[in-house]
Design a protein around this ligand. Structure first.
Ligand code: NDP
Length: 483
């Protein structure tokens, strides 16, 4: 047998040698234990703190590292360095997740999937925090906490409530598009490798001459769409609650990590005033006929994290993280998330969460943010601890300011329903589905409506009828069939 190397010494968190890791210190062999056994206290106290609070949404997730490689030249639209010359490669991290289930929930559940990408670029981190669907349930962030409450547990029964979900959806018809996707085949992917990712929101690009374009991001699976039916998923969950984590982890260990073709849709800035739908409404897509997909690169995952907690549970993505050449848009949901995501991380992970290795940019971050939890570094030469200063501290970069955002109108609480059609694009999707896909859609909806009061079902079916009478009829038949 080869000789084993001498193992490293075990220490306290302060680095002092740890004398005994099997026996606590006691007054006599039968106890009691001594208050001075600091090693025991440290060990128990650390165990109590091994969990951080789980994410309020997207709690159950998986993730891996990889690369983004440019295959199409879009430098006429953006000066973002990561979209430079063909062949340029940027390291990425992608975290996938379900939305509603808690940290221990099963993977194979019907739910939207999170698809959050961190690009470690030379000009800072760009986070594209999207989903596997191109749209979302609501278009105003004022409604977000209420919507999420309907996906979580009832305060009294502590059970998920189909009544709450359909009550909210039927009173918020802007959700119809996303609801139709959720109950279609794509609402239950076989794993994270077999689904598309979408930035969902409209963002903007700006180029060297400071022209702005609106942009949507698409990640098209190169591993093929694969979905479970409800029945298949039930038997998967019965045997394996971690089916998506296992599928992704194993594929990468086998050297068979997934990849996606990354595409953009581009809209010239002023065209946004003339589209027949609001291009900043996240309940809408931009039809491909109007804005064709332009291929820009390939995203590929090839490395599992070494430590799930350190690198995935603490991975913190926020749409507020953009880089020069990429900007925001008036999309109200995006504007809400710009605040809410970074705020969630400051609360959940800690004030200086972006100093953690998984969140840290590859270029040095130099800020004037001061103290607070998790201040790991001790910057030298700290005479420049305010700004402006005469001590050679970091200085602002005016060139990085995006072009002015054109805004029209008065500040007011505009009714988000005015001028917004909630049915046309759902109809286009419904008409893409063949007979068998529609039958599964009807069956999935009927199954999810079990126990919902008739008044709420009727209100929702009326929305389906406005999309297409066949949609409503199909759901009614499926409801009758299930009894
Ligand atoms: P296209 O026929 O050009 O594109 C249809 C799109 O629908 C494709 O991207 C396809 O993805 C996707 N798709 C197919 N089945 C489903 C499903 N069950 N759930 C979600 N997406 C699905 O049509 P249009 O661009 O004119 O859009 C028509 C409708 O397609 C829209 O109203 C919208 O509901 C849906 N859609 C449109 C997207 C867009 O960005 N324009 C994006 C995704 C959906 P794939 O190519 O991967 O098969």
């Amino acid at each position: 047998m080869p000789e084993k190397p001498v193992p490293p010494i075990l220490t306290t968190t302060a680095g002092s040698p740890w004398p005994d890791n099997q026996n606590s210190q006691s007054a006599g062999p039968r106890g009691p234990l001594l208050m001075q056994d600091y090693q025991l206290l440290e060990k128990l106290a650390h165990q109590n703190r091994e969990r951080i609070s789980e994410r309020v949404v997207h709690a159950k997730g998986s993730g891996a590292y990889g690369t983004f490689t440019v295959t199409g030249d879009i430098r006429s639209y953006t000066c973002a360095k990561l979209f430079g010359e063909i062949g340029r490669t940027t390291d990425i991290l992608i975290r996938f997740s379900t939305v509603a289930g808690e940290r221990g929930a099963a993977d194979a559940e019907r739910d939207v999937r999170g698809f959050a990408v961190k690009f470690y670029t030379e000009e800072g981190n760009w986070d594209l925090v999207g989903n596997n669907t191109p749209v979302f349930f609501i278009r105003d962030p004022m409604k977000f906490p209420d919507f999420i409450r309907t996906q979580k547990r009832h305060p009294r029964s502590n059970l998920r409530s189909a009544t709450a979900m359909w009550d909210f959806w039927s009173l918020s018809p802007e959700s119809l598009h996303q609801v139709t996707i959720l109950f279609s085949d794509r609402g239950l992917p076989q794993g994270y490798r077999h689904m598309n990712g979408y930035g969902s929101h409209t963002y903007s690009f700006w180029n060297e001459v400071r022209e702005r374009y609106w942009v949507k991001f698409h990640f098209k699976t190169l591993d093929g769409h694969r979905h479970w039916t409800n029945q298949e998923a039930a038997s998967v969950v019965a045997q394996d609650r971690e089916s998506a984590q296992r599928d992704l982890y194993d594929a990468i260990e086998r050297g068979n990590g997934p990849s996606w073709k990354v595409c953009v849709q581009i809209m010239p800035e002023l065209e946004a005033e003339h589209t027949r739908y609001n291009p900043f409404d996240v309940t809408k897509v931009w039809p491909h006929d109007d804005y064709p997909l332009i291929e820009v690169g390939i995203a590929r995952l090839n490395r599992n994290p070494d430590h799930y907690f350190a690198e995935i549970e603490q991975a913190s993505f926020s749409p507020s993280n953009i880089v020069p050449g990429i900007g925001f848009s008036p999309d109200k949901m995006l504007q809400g998330r710009i605040f809410a995501y970074a705020d969630a991380h400051r609360h959940r992970v800690g004030t200086h969460y972006e100093m953690l290795p998984v969140n840290r940019p590859i270029n040095p971050a130099r800020t004037y943010h001061a103290d607070g939890a998790m201040r790991f570094d001790a910057p030298r030469g700290m005479d420049a601890y305010y700004e402006p200063n005469s001590f050679n501290g970091p200085v602002e970069q005016k060139w990085a300011q995006e072009p002015p955002l054109r805004i029209s109108g008065d500040a007011a609480r505009y009714d988000h329903r005015d001028g917004n059609d909630d049915y046309i694009q759902v109809r286009a999707l419904f008409h893409l589905m063949n007979f068998a896909q529609r039958e599964r859609l009807f069956g999935n909806i009927a199954a999810a409506m079990r126990g919902v009061p008739a008044e709420i079902v009727d209100r929702q079916v009326a929305h389906f009828a406005r999309v297409d009478p066949d949609y409503a009829l199909g759901v009614l038949e499926a409801l009758a069939h299930q009894g």
